[in-house]
Ligand binder design. Structure first.
Ligand code: PMP
Length: 394
C-alpha cells in the first residue's frame, strides 16, 4: 500500500538550506530560513527562557498530562500579552497548540466544522503554509492583492477592491504584524477600514500573529489585533511564541476564538478541545510553561522584554544600514522601503532569475520570491549584500 505514495513537492526553504550547507564559499550569506540570528549568526536561547527552564527543572513535580486545552494559566498569560483589556474574556475560548502552525491548522479545521462552504481569503503573497494547509483540508482559497511590487508597500486599494467580494460565508486571514513574506504592513487607519468592511460583510476575520515584538514593539505590534478584537463580533487568532521567545523547537502556540456572546463560549471551547483531542490529544507543555513562568514573574518578564527589544532594535538598525548603503550605491531612494518594512522579512520584489544570480555569483541565499531574512545579516555583510544587489541589476 505504501508504494502507492507519490513524492511530495520539495519545500523551497528546506532545499535552499541544503544548498547553503553544501556551498564551500567562505563568504556565503544565509538570508533564507525564517529564524532570528544574532550578529554572530547564532539563534540564541534567550536568558529568561534559560532561567525559566532552570526553575522548572528544580520545581516541577510531575509531567503527567495537563488538559486538552493546555494549562489555563498559559492561555491567560498569552491573552494578557496579546489582547490586554481589548475584549471581554468571557467571550473568549483558547487552546494551546503545537506552535503557531498548530494554531493555524486548528483554526482552519474549526472553520470547516462551523461552515463546510467557507472560503478563506489570504493575502497575495502570504506565508506559503497558509495556502498549503488550506489546500490539504480542501478549503477554497481566494487571494486578495496585498503587495505592490513597484512601491514594495501595501497595495491597499487593490486589497480593498478584492475584499469587496467577501461574503458572510467567508474568512479573511490577516497578519497581525510583521507580514510574512513581504514586511509591508497596514497602518491603523487602514486596519480600521478593513474592520469596517468585515463588519459590513459579516465575515469571520482571522489574525495570524507570529512576530509580536519584532516590529515596532510588544504593545505596538499588538495594537491592530486589539483594535480588531474590540471592534468585531467574532474573531480567530493564531499566535506563535516561536520567534519572540526563541523557542522554535518547543512548538508553542495558542488558538483563540472570540465569540459574539459569552453564553456560547463553553460550546466553542468544547469544539477547540475536541479538535486537539482528534489531532494529538494534549498539546506540548514545556514551551507553554516556560512562557507562563516568564510572563508571570516580573523580573523574568522584564529581562525577556529587554532582550527582545535588543533583537528588535538590532533588526531595525540592519534595515536602516541596508537602505542607506543601497541609497549610496544606487543614488536613488528606491530601496527606502527596506527601512519602512517591519519584522524579520522584506520582499525586495525582484525575479527568481535575479535571486539565482545572487546565489550563483555572490553566494547570497534568499527565497526565490525575493524574501530576505534581515536577521541573517550583520554590520559586515550588509555592504556585501548591497553591492551584490546593485551588481545583479536589481
Ligand atoms: N504564521 C506565520 C505568518 C509564520 O511566519 C510562522 C512561522 N514561520 C508561523 C505562523 C508559525 O510558526 P511556528 O509554527 O514555528 O510557531
Amino acid at each position: 500500500m505504501l508504494s502507492n505514495l507519490k513524492e511530495q513537492p520539495k519545500d523551497k526553504i528546506l532545499g535552499l538550506m541544503a544548498l547553503y550547507r553544501e556551498d564551500p564559499r567562505p563568504t556565503k550569506i544565509d538570508l533564507g530560513v525564517g529564524v532570528y540570528k544574532n550578529a554572530e549568526g547564532v539563534t540564541p536561547v534567550m536568558r529568561a527562557v534559560k532561567a525559566a527552564e532552570r526553575k522548572l527543572v528544580e520545581e516541577q513535580t510531575s509531567k503527567s498530562y495537563v488538559g486538552l486545552a493546555g494549562d489555563p494559566a498559559y492561555s491567560e498569560a498569552m491573552c494578557d500579552l496579546l489582547l490586554a483589556d481589548s475584549v471581554d474574556r468571557a467571550r473568549l475560548a483558547a487552546v494551546a497548540t503545537p506552535g503557531g502552525t498548530g494554531a493555524v491548522r486548528q483554526a482552519f479545521e474549526l472553520v470547516k466544522m462551523a461552515n463546510p462552504d467557507a472560503r478563506v481569503f489570504v493575502s497575495d503573497p502570504t506565508w506559503p503554509n497558509h495556502v498549503s494547509i488550506l489546500g490539504y483540508l480542501g478549503i477554497p482559497v481566494v487571494k486578495y492583492r496585498y503587495f505592490d511590487t513597484e512601491t514594495r508597500a501595501v497595495d491597499f486599494e487593490g486589497m480593498m477592491e478584492d475584499l469587496a467580494d467577501v461574503t458572510s460565508n467567508d474568512v479573511v486571514l490577516l497578519h497581525g504584524c510583521c507580514h510574512n513574506p513581504t514586511g509591508a504592513n497596514l497602518n491603523l487607519t487602514q486596519w480600521q477600514s478593513v474592520i469596517d468592511l468585515i463588519n459590513d460583510k459579516g465575515c469571520l476575520p482571522m489574525i495570524d500573529i507570529a512576530y509580536q515584538g519584532f516590529g515596532d514593539g510588544l504593545e505596538e505590534d499588538a495594537a491592530a489585533t486589539r483594535l480588531v478584537a474590540s471592534s468585531v463580533p467574532q474573531l480567530l487568532i493564531a499566535a506563535s511564541c516561536s520567534k519572540n521567545f526563541g523557542i522554535y523547537r518547543e512548538r508553542t502556540g495558542l488558538l483563540i476564538a472570540i465569540g459574539e456572546k459569552a453564553e456560547n463560549t463553553a460550546v466553542t471551547q468544547g469544539n477547540l478541545n475536541h479538535l486537539n483531542r482528534q489531532n494529538f490529544s494534549f498539546p506540548p507543555d514545556h514551551g507553554a510553561r516556560v512562557v507562563t513562568e516568564i510572563l508571570t514573574d516580573p523580573a523574568l518578564k522584564a529581562d525577556w522584554m529587554a532582550e527582545l527589544e535588543e533583537m528588535r532594535l538590532g533588526m531595525l538598525g540592519l534595515r536602516q544600514q541596508l537602505a542607506d548603503e543601497l541609497q549610496k550605491l544606487s543614488g536613488s531612494d528606491r530601496f527606502g522601503f527596506i527601512a519602512q518594512h517591519r519584522g524579520m522579512f522584506s520582499q525586495i520584489g525582484t525575479t527568481p532569475d535575479k535571486v539565482e544570480i545572487l546565489r550563483a555569483d555572490h553566494a547570497i541565499y534568499m527565497v526565490s520570491d525575493s524574501r530576505l531574512n534581515i536577521a541573517g545579516l550583520n554590520a559586515h555583510s550588509v555592504p556585501v549584500l548591497a553591492k551584490a544587489i546593485i551588481d545583479a541589476g536589481i
